[in-house]
Write a protein that binds this ligand. Sequence first.
Ligand SMILES: [Zn+2]
Length: 376
Amino acid sequence: MGKAVFIYSSELENYHYPPEHPFNVDRARKVRKILNSIGLLSGDGRSEVPPQATDRITLKKFHSARYLHALKSASEGKWDAEALDMGIGTGDCPVFDGLYDYAVLACGATLTGVKMILSGSADVAFNPSGGFHHAGPEKAAGFCYINDVALACLIFAEQRKKVLYIDVDVHHGDGVVYAFYDRCDVMTISLHQNPRTLFPGTGFEDEIGTGRGKGFCINVPLPVGTYDEAYMEAFNAIVPPLTVAFNPDVIVLELGADALAGDPLANLCLTNNVYIEIIKYLLSCNKPILATGGGGYNVENTVRAWALAWAVLCGADVETDKNPAVSGVMLGSTEWQGGLRDRRLVISQTQLETVMPALERTLETLKASVFPIHGL
Ligand SMILES: [Zn+2]
């Protein structure tokens, strides 16, 4: 196992979205608390690193000067119609105390991971406070203001790294996907709930990139009710063949946990066992991995999923009874005795009858349109 860094500082705890807003900044602190209590932030190449706020020059690699100015001004109480026009100060993207400082610090946590991977001081980095994949160059959207994951991919690409961006958040990773829509040095794969039924309404299977980027953008819309086995069938049909064909130098993983069953904003039915399988596959590729948080609005499920994700990423043994510190721990409020892993869910007859047929059609479409471009 190599060097794994968990990026966090208590400075992130100074900021909060408004109390009625679903985005809970406290998730990262809770993840950190569990990991610290079970000894997974040190030893065996693990360490915890504080983030540095992102500077304006770096932010401008993706965001416009006009937008950054409006965001900072709004944060300081000077908010106007022009800012609103860019999505700043809406119900989804409210202005709150310290908004700008939070956004650039959370982004900086992701970019600290980029720096450490580029310098060789980390093989795996995880920022649970990142993953703001909906922000556009001049647009706040979907609870996101500064697109840390797009910036991460841009900075890796500037260093001539081929980047594989995988987005398992339940929402389409539109801000990142469209940033690289015409490029072949960053391959984006987004698995998300069918956009006909969920924000942001994009990410259909026929959106496969354009120009030199044709075939380097892969969208996998998933039917409502998608369960673990169906999800992994889609993942295994699409991700490993394209990863081998593309042969990336680095992997960026947006690990929103809102595809888990019980998320109040979405309608998929995954358990966190899916994340174990996904991360184990990505680790087997032997490339550096930068992982971030993202969505996840059932706080307890999200916290457990991210703690588990880090455990797998940093090489802990998460199989039952081998590492009781991991497999035997539980959150105070849960009755489940099985540790960080979710228990298996029962799949309904309706799910069995509706999910796979729709998914098979999507997979066949993608194999026909994208695979030949990569000689598959
Ligand atoms: Zn999401």
